[in-house]
Every structure is written in structure tokens, then in C-alpha cells.
Design a protein around this ligand. Structure first.
Ligand code: GLU
Ligand code: MG
Length: 451
């Protein structure tokens, strides 16, 4: 079960009671670094009262870690000196159903004096969510999780093939059962395009919850895979050929109970606020690619005509547009209308993704931006002249290009703050150099087991 109670000692007591009753003995306290890797410290349940107040130490040097556990060399970050505190968010303390005896909580990072740490990714999300709330706005977001399993032939067969459920059905059922027991509401699960590739989607939530859920879903898939003798990979391109694993993000903007993606006079029924928000995303998309497609491997996936959204454009139900607009079924459109950013993958830190997306959207609203005309075809098949006239271009085709856009983004620097932004840039630049001389196959091999 998940403990979602008010803060304070009472909630610590309740969490202790609930977790002991569920047989929990160890708590995994995790956060996601600038390389998109979840890092962990674990603490016995008996220590929870102390942990909830004083946290557990972890070095700030992890801000400079790269995907291969080497460290970016910077003047301002890293080194062996200093310590931070990881504090659990008890609202998300969850028994890990696929790992009996274990619970998990996402951690916020604080200085030893108890000040919020400027490099903390969850605090970043809280800041932009507060900025949105200051304008009377809130968001509902959700990640689609795609992954591939090996070794062996589980889920061999045609894309989305019914036949693939014959051997993978029990595995998928175990994943859904574990997530349900952990309070995660599943919308869909199915075999994806490639043999051994699957996808799960979960209900839209508040932005911080959506990012936490993304972490929990991936961990749960890993644990259930392990129990089935499999290894799950969330890498952008897990194999040497074929389609990659996306980390698409769905989002809708709300004012109270009103979905601003629906019932307006703008394109496809958007309200002016909804349109301006999405126009802000489109404007910042090349820079956002540096956040949401953060690995050299990301650009092996982000290819035309593979539903990865390699072009900077939007379109109604267009799976080749980086920004796909979804109006939803007629009877449910007021609730369901939303936009999907298809270009991102799961090498990305989900907290950085949700925070950056909101910041870019709010900036669009601040500037009262309008969307260009929608694009209703696969841009890869369009006449280049037509694309140019419509202002449609390929998103960055490599990390170096994405980092150049990211470095120049005033919107994202301002939203993240210098500390977080510069650490992220340092990691992105160092990963770019780390992989600069590697072939496609070497890049795939070096990232397959890291995400
Ligand atoms: N696997 C595709 C990707 O890399 C996405 C397929 C889909 O649209 O579900 O993003
Ligand atoms: Mg998919």
C-alpha cells in the first residue's frame, strides 16, 4: 500500500505501522541524477522516525555522475568533500509488491542545515508547479513506459501481436498486479512493435506524482522481469536495429476543473491558454530535447517514421509530430483532451522533463504565443519546400546540437536556477565527449544495461 497522509509525526507513526504490518524491513530511498540514473540508499524500517527528520547522507558529487559512473570534471561541482541529506517523501512511501520486505520512497535532497538543495530535481518540479498555481493553473501529466526484455524469446511475434500474449501474458499480469498493489493505476499494457518490447501507461497525475510514478513503474518492471529470469532495458535503443523505447509524456493544462485543452475557440478546440502553453513547448522543443533526449543513444532512436516524433511540429493525432494533440473520444473529450510529447525517451530524468515542460509552457503563455498551422502528414514524406514554408524542421539529430540549444535557453536556465542548470549542462557535455568516438553499435552496447 501507499501511505498518503498529512505530514508530521502522526504520518511517520502511521507509515511505520502500515509498513511493519506489510512485512517491510528495508526502505529504498531513491533520487534520479542528471544522467537519468536512479541512485539509492537503503535504511532499515526501524530507522524511519529518524530518517523522516534527519535524512540519510549522500554526496553532492552525484550531480556530476555520467551514465557510466564516471564523473564530469567541473570547477564548481563534484569532488570528495561535502554531504547532502536525502529525506523521504512519506506521501509516496510504498511497499514494493514485487520485492517482499522492501518499501520505496522518492527522496528530496537538502543541505545539512536543512535548506532545500538547489540541485534537487523534485524541488525544481515543486517550484514550477507553484509558479503555475500562482497563475491559477495546474497540470495533469503521465509517462508512457516502453521497455525491452531479454535474454531469450519472450514476446516474440508480430508488432502488437495477440500471439505474443501466449508467452508473455503471465509476466504482464505480474507487472499489473504489482503496480496495482502499489497504488499505481494502469491504463494499458501491451506488446509493442519489436519482439520482446512492451508498453505500459498509467493514469494522469499531478506533475511530481507523474515523475515519481515513472520511477516506480520502471523499478517494478525491473523487479518483475528479474523474477521471471529476464532483464528489462529502458534504453532509447536497446538493440542494434529496429525501433527504440520512447518515454512519451502526456499533459493537459487545467484551471480548476476546466481542461484548457478543450472547449475553446483555438485550434482543435484548445482555449487560448492551452494553445499558448503548447506553443511555448514547440518554441522550446530543441532545447527541451537536451533534457528529454539526453543521451547520445537518444539520437539513435529519434529517427523519422518510427513514431518517435523527430520533427518539430504539432498535429491532431499525428504520431510523427513531436507534439501530438489528442482530443479524446467524443463523450470524454472534456476530461481527456491532452497533448503528447513523443520525442522524449527514458534516458531522461523524469523530474527534469516535467519541470522543464511546464516552464516552457508557462513561458509560452506569458508571451501569449499562438501555434503555427498543424501538420497532418508524416513530415519525413513531405516535400522539403513545404516543410520549410511551414517552419517545420528536424529536432536535433545529435546530442551536441541539442546541448547547444539547451545552453542557450533562457527559459530553462531561469526555471532550473544556475546550480541545477549548469550541473545538467556539464553532465550533458561530458556524455557527449564520452561517446564522441563511439560507433552506433558501441553506443547501444554501452547504454543498454544502464537505463
Ligand atoms: N517506440 C516508439 C518510440 O520510440 C513509440 C511507439 C508508440 O507510439 O507507442 O517512441
Ligand atoms: Mg508505444
Amino acid at each position: 500500500m501507499t501511505v498518503r497522509t498529512a505530514d508530521g509525526a502522526a504520518s511517520v507513526d502511521r507509515a511505520m505501522a502500515a509498513m511493519s504490518e506489510a512485512g517491510v524491513r528495508l526502505i529504498a530511498l531513491s533520487w534520479v541524477d542528471n544522467a537519468g540514473i536512479g541512485r539509492v540508499k537503503t535504511v532499515p524500517l526501524a530507522r524511519l522516525p529518524r530518517l523522516a527528520v534527519h535524512g540519510v547522507g549522500m554526496s553532492p558529487v552525484f550531480d556530476t555522475f555520467l551514465v557510466d559512473d564516471s564523473m564530469a570534471r567541473t570547477d564548481g561541482y563534484g569532488g570528495p568533500v561535502g554531504d547532502l541529506l536525502l529525506l523521504p517523501d512519506l506521501h509516496r512511501l510504498t511497499r514494493l509488491a514485487a520485492q517482499p520486505g522492501w518499501a520505496w520512497a522518492p527522496a528530496d535532497r537538502y543541505s545539512q542545515d536543512g535548506e532545500p538543495y538547489p540541485g534537487c530535481h523534485r524541488s525544481f518540479v515543486n517550484r514550477v508547479v507553484r509558479a503555475a498555481a500562482g497563475q491559477g493553473l495546474s497540470l495533469r501529466m503521465g509517462f508512457e513506459t516502453e521497455w525491452s526484455v531479454g535474454p531469450g524469446a519472450l514476446g516474440e511475434g508480430p508488432a502488437y501481436g495477440l500471439s505474443r500474449l501466449a508467452d508473455s501474458g503471465a509476466y504482464l499480469l505480474d507487472i499489473v498486479d504489482a503496480l496495482t498493489a502499489q497504488g499505481v493505476e494502469v491504463l494499458q499494457i501491451h506488446p509493442e512493435y519489436e519482439p520482446g518490447q512492451f508498453e505500459i501507461s498509467t493514469v494522469p497525475e499531478a506533475p511530481l506524482d507523474a515523475a515519481d510514478t515513472a520511477v516506480l513503474v520502471r523499478h517494478t518492471v525491473r523487479a518483475v522481469s528479474h523474477a521471471h529470469g529476464l532483464r528489462a532495458s529502458f534504453a532509447p535503443l536497446p538493440g542494434h536495429s529496429g525501433i527504440g523505447n520512447g518515454g512519451h509524456v502526456h499533459l493537459s493544462l487545467w484551471r480548476g476543473e476546466k481542461n484548457l485543452m478543450h472547449g475553446g475557440t483555438g485550434p482543435r478546440g484548445m482555449t487560448p491558454d492551452g494553445e499558448a502553453f503548447l506553443a511555448g513547448l514547440l518554441r522550446s522543443l530543441p532545447a527541451l530535447t537536451g533534457v528529454g533526449c539526453p543521451s547520445p543513444a537518444s539520437y539513435l532512436r529519434l529517427a523519422p517514421s518510427s513514431w518517435a516524433g523527430a520533427y518539430r511540429c504539432w498535429g491532431w493525432e499525428n504520431r510523427e509530430a513531436a507534439l501530438r494533440f489528442i482530443t479524446g473520444p467524443a463523450g470524454e473529450a472534456a476530461q481527456r483532451a491532452n497533448a503528447e510529447l513523443k520525442c522524449f525517451d527514458q534516458a531522461a530524468n523524469p523530474y527534469l522533463v516535467v519541470g522543464s515542460v511546464i516552464a516552457a509552457g508557462l513561458a509560452g503563455r506569458e508571451d501569449a504565443l499562438r501555434l503555427p498551422a498543424e501538420f497532418t502528414d508524416d513530415p519525413a514524406h513531405a516535400d522539403p519546400g513545404e516543410l520549410a514554408r511551414s517552419g517545420i524542421e528536424r529536432l536535433p539529430t545529435g546530442l551536441a546540437e541539442a546541448v547547444r540549444h539547451l545552453r542557450g535557453s533562457v527559459v530553462l536556465r531561469k526555471a532550473m536556477g544556475d546550480h541545477l542548470f549548469d550541473a545538467l549542462l556539464a553532465v550533458r557535455e561530458a556524455e557527449e565527449s564520452l561517446f564522441a568516438d563511439r560507433s552506433r553499435a558501441e553506443t547501444v552496447d554501452a547504454t543498454r544495461r544502464r537505463y
